[in-house]
Design a binder for this molecule. Structure first.
Ligand code: ZN
Length: 477
């Protein structure tokens, strides 16, 4: 995600083990049959074909992110009016039935704000054994300018279906929504989707279109996408589309309020090409950027970036940032609830490298600005009595405010990564980062995975970086 934060305003108002890479054969499958209706609901059936990760598996667990929007606002008070310009509006998901094979399966919905669905399997599964769950659900969208919700211009559909939890170290990892950061952690899966919408809507999708059928004012789109963590759609009656094809990737820009869409499309294309050349070839056939009603600057999904229609002067920066997330979040995943800093810091590093290399700003100045903003916020927090050590590896629930999260996950993390680059040297740094991406592509990484590639380049590199992660290293302007 890209948080556009006005630091001056904020100062005034502020109050494991990594999972394994899976091959084509063993990736779990998600098949979704969806109908979006004008009353801002989605009726859906999800087929989840999964392989048991252990012996005697008796449950399967899913995150129900829509329920984070049910009882109260999932944003900090300071962002409430941006998320809910028309006042609070409720969103949620109802689980109507669950079947395993043809048999009815029992389930519970519980956890923080009922964000966890636990399905009790009809029989225990052995390790490697496959099963299929059929989950019938109804999702009600809130009038919220968020990842999940609708505004005046777009309908944002992400996390609107039961999201399979990753299984790790003997348990399913349940990630609840908190106001700070992106609470996502998942493994790559294969998807097929049919989505019916009223025909006056255009659909920006994170998948490859495979068919379209028009009938009685409804359009049914078919899609597929292999080897991605999640999927997302943005719907609008106002979309215009600019497209280009570059190195076999179709790049599309869906917009409705951009005076220079060709410029935005060009930034998407150039940044995609830059990161592809520098780190790892973009592995999919399509990349979509779209404008939307969104309270922050932008939000990343595999193969799709949502850019807030209110990102005007900083639009290029946001597009470059969200595109960089295709590598850090999309290709290499992390548990964003625990180490979101690694995603955001690396994404910021890629962004400023791309922009400065194409002549938009100076790399050193970007880092200096990050340091100045970091220290300004740190001092303001101390003044307000917030004395939490600047530990980067901490759960989203342990951040006191949006500005503290931005200071740690974006600014301090970028500063630490830039410091690491200085410690090991530019060439070795780039080589190590490239190795990190190729080693962890399509799986999930930890802090230790990250530092181990740099430790091999120069002794002490790991400790240097960990001192930042653990809040011990000082930031000096
Ligand atoms: Zn981001």
């Amino acid at each position: 995600m890209k948080k556009i934060v006005c630091f001056l305003l904020c100062l005034v108002f502020l109050p494991v083990l990594s999972s394994c890479k899976k091959d084509n054969e063993s990736r779990n499958l998600v098949n979704l049959y969806l109908t979006f209706s004008e009353d801002m609901t989605v009726d859906g059936v999800m087929e989840y074909v999964f392989t048991s990760p252990k012996n005697d598996l008796s449950t399967c667990v899913f995150n129900l992110y829509p329920n984070a929007f049910k009882g109260s606002s999932p944003v900090y008070e300071s962002d409430f009016s941006l998320a809910y310009p028309n006042g609070f509006s409720k969103g949620y998901i109802d689980i109507l039935s669950v079947k395993e094979g043809g048999e009815k399966a029992s389930f519970t919905v519980n956890g923080i704000n009922e964000q966890t669905l636990t399905v009790f399997l009809t029989k225990q599964l052995k390790k490697g054994e496959k099963s299929s769950l059929y989950i019938e659900f109804k999702t009600i969208l809130p009038n919220a300018y968020h990842r999940f919700g609708y505004g005046d211009d777009t309908v944002n559909l992400s996390g609107f279906y039961p999201t399979p939890c990753i299984y790790e170290n003997g348990e399913f990892i349940v990630n609840a929504y908190y106001p700070a950061g992106d609470p996502f952690y998942s493994e790559c899966k294969d998807y097929t989707v049919t989505l019916s919408v009223p025909s006056d809507y255009s659909v920006a999708s994170s998948l490859t279109p495979t068919g379209t059928v028009w009938s009685g004012g409804e359009t049914e789109y078919s899609y597929e996408r292999k080897n991605v963590r999640e999927i997302a759609f943005v719907l609008s009656k106002k979309f215009e589309i600019a497209k280009c094809n570059h190195n076999g990737v179709e790049i599309s820009y869906y917009y409705y309020d951009d005076e220079n869409p060709e410029k935005t499309l060009e930034t998407a294309k150039q940044s995609l090409e830059y990161y592809s050349n520098e780190y790892y070839k973009y592995p999919y056939g399509e990349y979509v950027v779209c404008e939307g009603d969104f309270l922050y600057g932008g939000m990343e999904y595999p193969c799709l970036s949502l850019i807030s229609d209110s990102a005007y002067s900083e639009r290029d920066y946001v597009v470059a940032h969200e595109t960089a997330h295709q590598w850090f979040y999309g290709i290499v995943g992390v548990n964003q609830s625990e180490i979101g800093y690694l995603d955001e810091g690396l994404t910021e590093y890629l962004t400023i490298s791309f922009l400065s290399d194409r002549g938009d700003g100076d790399y050193g100045e970007y880092v200096k600005t990050a340091k100045r903003e970091y220290l300004d916020v740190k001092n303001a927090l101390v003044y307000q009595g917030v004395t939490t050590p600047p530990i980067m590896e901490r759960n989203l629930k342990d951040f006191s405010s949006e500005i503290e999260y931005v200071m740690i996950a974006y600014k301090r993390s970028l500063i630490a990564i830039d410091g690491l680059k200085g410690y090991v040297g530019d060439k070795k740094f780039k080589k190590a980062l490239k190795k990190f991406v190729s080693e962890k592509a399509f799986s999930n990484a930890t802090t230790d995975d990250f530092i181990s590639v740099f430790d091999k380049k120069k002794r002490g590199a790991g400790k240097f970086f960990k001192d930042f992660v653990q809040g011990k290293a000082e930031v000096i302007y």
